[in-house]
Write a protein that binds this ligand. Structure first.
Ligand SMILES: Nc1ncnc2c1ncn2[C@@H]1O[C@H](COP(=O)(O)OP(=O)(O)OP(=O)(O)O)[C@@H](O)[C@H]1O
Ligand SMILES: CC(C)(CO)[C@@H](O)C(=O)NCCC(=O)O
Length: 389
C-alpha cells in the first residue's frame, strides 16, 4: 500500500510513514469507539504541509472532551508520549452511540474530510453495515477488519504498552477497600477472554496470533441496559449503573435461604446465593417493596450470574486459570467487576482469577490502528518496541 505512505523531509527521511490522520474505528452494536493518534513529533515541513483541514481536526479532537451532545473523549484513558509506527504522540479514546453514526458521517463531510485522501481501518458490525454510506459520502479508503482479530491485536498491544493495563481485586467483597492491584499479564499462557459488549463473545486464547471463539451469549451489556430502561424508566447507561450501585437485588431475587430457610448443604448451595433471579417478583407485596434501584441491581446481578457461570464452565472445560473481561459494559462499573471477581474466586475455590482491563471496550479500535500501521508501514515490529514514558 505504498500509495498511502509518505516520507517527511527532515528528521524522518529514512522511513516512510502512513499519511495522517491515523485512526482506528470499531462500530459496535451500541457504541462506536474511535482511537486517534496525535503525532507530537511533527517536523516543521510536516506542519506546513498538514493543511488547514487536518490541523483543525487535530485541534478539535484534542482540545475538547465532549463533541456535540453524544461524543465523549475518555481523557483519563489517554496514553501520552507513546511510540507508534516509529512516531511519538498521544493516543486518544473517543466514543459515541452507534445510533448517531449517520450524524457522524455528516459531521465529517461538514468538516471537509471528504476532500482529503486517506485510509481508515474499521471493525465491528458497523464497518460492514455503514460501509456504503461512508464510502459514498466520504470517499475514503475503507479497510474492514474482523472484530475479534483486532480485539486480540489491540489487547496485546495495549497490555505491553501499559504496565497498569491489567488489574485484579484481591478483596472484591471489601467495600471500604477492595484492594485493586496491577496484574502482570503474560500473554504466552492460554487464557479466556470474555468480551462483554452488547452481546458477549468468549474466546480461548493460546497466544497473540492463535485464538478461537468458543461460544457467545446474547445476554450481555445490551440486555442489562435494555431491561433497565424498561423496568426503571432510566434513559442512559450511566444512570442505569448509578441506580444499580444504590440498589439491593435481594428484594427482587429469591435466594436459596428464602426457599430452604438456610443452606442447601447436600449440594453445596449456600443460603445467600440466588436460587431464582427476579423470583420474588410474582408477589404483589414484594413488587411494591422493590425500588427502581433494587430492580436495576437485580438486572445487573442476573446478567452477571449468567456471564459468571458461562465463563466458569468455559474456563474449566478449557483448563485455564485466568479469565480476562473486556468490553464497554465494564465502563464505570466497579460493582460488576467486583461481583465477577468474587464469583469466579468463590466457585473455583480460588483456582480461577478474574482480570480486568483499564481500556475496557477500546481494544478492537486500537487493533485497527495497529493493523493500519502494520499494513501501510510494512511494520510488525513495534509491538515489542513500543513504550510509554
Ligand atoms: N455511554 C454508553 N452508552 C450505552 N451503553 C454503554 C455506555 N457505556 C457503557 N455501555 C455498556 O457497554 C455496552 C456496549 O459495549 P461495547 O461498546 O463493548 O459493545 P458494542 O461493540 O457496542 O457491541 P457488540 O460488540 O456486541 O457489537 C452497552 O450494551 C452498555 O451495557
Ligand atoms: C454479534 C457480536 C459478535 C457483535 O459484536 C456480539 O454481539 C456477540 O457475540 N453476540 C452473542 C451472539 C451469540 O453467540 O449468541
Amino acid at each position: 500500500m505504498s500509495s498511502n505512505t509518505t516520507s517527511s523531509a527532515s528528521g524522518h527521511e529514512e522511513k516512510a510513514y502512513p499519511v495522517f490522520p491515523w485512526f482506528g474505528i470499531d462500530i459496535g452494536g451500541t457504541l462506536v469507539k474511535l482511537v486517534y493518534f496525535e503525532p507530537l513529533d511533527l517536523t516543521a515541513d510536516e506542519i506546513r504541509s498538514e493543511g488547514e483541514i487536518l490541523m483543525n481536526i487535530r485541534r478539535y479532537l484534542t482540545s475538547n472532551r465532549a463533541y456535540g451532545e453524544d461524543g465523549v473523549r475518555d481523557d483519563e484513558l489517554e496514553l501520552s508520549n507513546i511510540e507508534l509506527g516509529g512516531r511519538r504522540g498521544t493516543l486518544h479514546f473517543i466514543r459515541f452511540p452507534t445510533s448517531k453514526m449517520m450524524n457522524f458521517i455528516d459531521m465529517c463531510v461538514m468538516r471537509n474530510l471528504h476532500t482529503l485522501t486517506f485510509q481508515i481501518f474499521a471493525t465491528g458490525g458497523g464497518a460492514y453495515k455503514f460501509e456504503k454510506d461512508i464510502v459514498d459520502k466520504l470517499q475514503i479508503s475503507w479497510c474492514k477488519c474482523d472484530e475479534l482479530d483486532t480485539l486480540m491485536k489491540g489487547l496485546c498491544y495495549i497490555s505491553k504498552l501499559n504496565s497498569k493495563e491489567c488489574f485484579y481485586y484481591e478483596e472484591p467483597q471489601n467495600d471500604a477497600n477492595p484492594n485493586k492491584h496491577p496484574f502482570v499479564f503474560d500473554i504466552k499462557h492460554p487464557f479466556l477472554l470474555v468480551n462483554i459488549g452488547s452481546g458477549i463473545s468468549i474466546l480461548h486464547v493460546e497466544s497473540e496470533s492463535s485464538y478461537r471463539r468458543i461460544t457467545g451469549t446474547s445476554i450481555g451489556g445490551g440486555t442489562f441496559l435494555g431491561l433497565c430502561c424498561l423496568l426503571t424508566g432510566c434513559s442512559s447507561y450511566d444512570e442505569a449503573i448509578q441506580l444499580a450501585s444504590e440498589g439491593d437485588s435481594n428484594k427482587v431475587d429469591k435466594l436459596v435461604k428464602d426457599i430452604y430457610g438456610g443452606d442447601y448443604e447436600r449440594f453445596g448451595l449456600p443460603g445467600h446465593i440466588v436460587a431464582s433471579s427476579f423470583g420474588h417478583m410474582n408477589s404483589l407485596e414484594k413488587r411494591e417493596q422493590a425500588s427502581k434501584a433494587d430492580l436495576a441491581r437485580a438486572t445487573l446481578v442476573t446478567v452477571l450470574n449468567n456471564i459468571g457461570s458461562i465463563s466458569m464452565m468455559c474456563a474449566q472445560t478449557e483448563n485455564v486459570d485466568r479469565v480476562l473481561f473486556s468490553g464497554s459494559f465494564l465502563r464505570i462499573n466497579e460493582v460488576s467487576m467486583r461481583i465477577l471477581a468474587y464469583a469466579m474466586d468463590y466457585w473455583s475455590r480460588g483456582k480461577i482469577k478474574a482480570i480486568f482491563l483499564e481500556h475496557e471496550g477500546y481494544f478492537s479500535a486500537v487493533g485497527c490502528l495497529r493493523q493500519f500501521i502494520m499494513d501501510t508501514n510494512n511494520d510488525d515490529t513495534d509491538l515489542t518496541n513500543s513504550t510509554q514514558k
